[in-house]
Ligand binder design. Structure first.
Ligand SMILES: Nc1ncnc2c1ncn2[C@@H]1O[C@H](COP(=O)(O)OP(=O)(O)OP(=O)(O)O)[C@@H](O)[C@H]1O
Ligand SMILES: [Mg+2]
Length: 305
């Protein structure tokens, strides 16, 4: 019979021929488990460690510990699969609203996280979007593989020890201190290019993949990036329309088409990088064309009236 001695959170197993000692072990480990469960934010990992000791003394612990999860393989639509399975260093799913962008991004991220113990970041345009969109989607998909969730710092720990940090991109400099094995930038087109640049920087030392999921927003930096990716062997882009998601009622899409300006419809539902209608210059991009220094008009420049 094995014997367990408890030091802090650690249990050590040693061989012991005495049956009674095993009863003591079971009692000690069960009481340890109860004290873990009583904590308001108990760590499932600690609980599992305690339960592992019980498993070794072959005692039925009755439904407290979930069975080993099945392989993580949620069903994806074909275009989501292409994006999620892409081995490119940088990749993007450019999709219409409700086309399944966040879902596919979360699957890709969780797959990566479950591969090896790593640290990645899931980034949304604002803290509210990270909390209300990303965290629930990741939590729904990772489900029983989550062993710890720390809401105050936005950190999810998976069963293999991987950490997923949930962050907002509205202050890119705050992402500067991180070292990341991967990142997922959701609704990237709502953020400035700087966020992408900072995140790419944070993965330079690990060589990890970076991916974005977004609906287009005019011909901004995402459009430029995607155009570059089309001829870059390190990158891959997948484009999806809202109507590609079989869960979306086509009548709803038709209804939206009738209500919306055609260009806006194409952008939002067909993932088209539309030059914005009200602009004199279609390629205008505030990141590139708005100067921080003042612009002086020299006297000797020609003028046209
Ligand atoms: N492969 C899938 N299997 C089952 N349901 C899916 C799948 N992909 C997406 N969905 C569902 O379709 C809906 C839209 O997905 P999701 O929220 O990922 O789309 P989105 O493009 O990010 O939407 P939004 O434009 O609102 O951000 C959600 O209810 C989601 O659960
Ligand atoms: Mg989304």
């Amino acid at each position: 019979m094995p014997k367990a001695t408890q030091t802090g959170l650690k249990f050590e197993l040693v061989e012991s021929p005495d049956e009674r000692e095993s009863d003591d072990i079971v009692a000690a480990v069960k009481s340890r488990m109860e004290s873990i469960i009583r904590k308001p934010d108990f760590d499932l990992d600690d609980l599992k460690k305690a339960a592992d000791v019980l498993k070794k003394v072959t005692v039925d612990i009755g439904g407290i510990i979930p069975a080993a999860p099945a392989p993580f393989e949620p069903e994806l639509f074909e275009y989501q699969k292409r994006f999620a399975m892409s081995r490119a260093r940088y990749s993007g799913l450019i999709g219409g609203v409700r086309s399944g962008k966040t879902y596919a991004g979360a699957v890709k991220a969780i797959k990566r996280a479950l591969l090896l113990p790593t640290t990645g970041a899931a980034v949304a345009p604002t803290a509210a979007m990270a909390r209300d969109v990303l965290v629930p989607q990741y939590a729904e998909l990772a489900a029983e593989r989550i062993i710890k969730w720390n809401a105050s710092v936005g950190e999810m720990t998976l069963s293999n020890g991987s950490k997923i940090l949930f962050r907002s991109g509205d202050n890119p400099e705050r992402l500067m201190g991180l070292t990341l094995d991967w990142f997922h930038l959701d609704e990237a087109a709502q953020l400035p290019r700087r966020v992408w640049e900072v995140l790419v920087n944070r993965t330079i030392s690990t060589g990890g993949p970076g991916f974005l999921t977004t609906t287009p927003r005019g011909r901004n930096w995402v459009w430029e990036l995607v155009r570059k990716w089309e001829s870059d062997p390190d990158s891959e882009v997948v484009i999806a329309k809202t109507s590609d998601n079989p869960l979306i009622d086509p009548l709803e899409i038709d209804r939206a088409r009738r209500q919306l300006d055609p260009r806006y419809f194409r952008q939002q539902f067909e993932a088209s990088f539309e030059a914005e209608g009200l602009r004199v210059y279609d390629d205008f991009d505030p990141d590139e064309h708005v100067l921080e220094e003042t612009w002086r008009i020299e006297k000797d420049w020609p003028t046209y009236a």
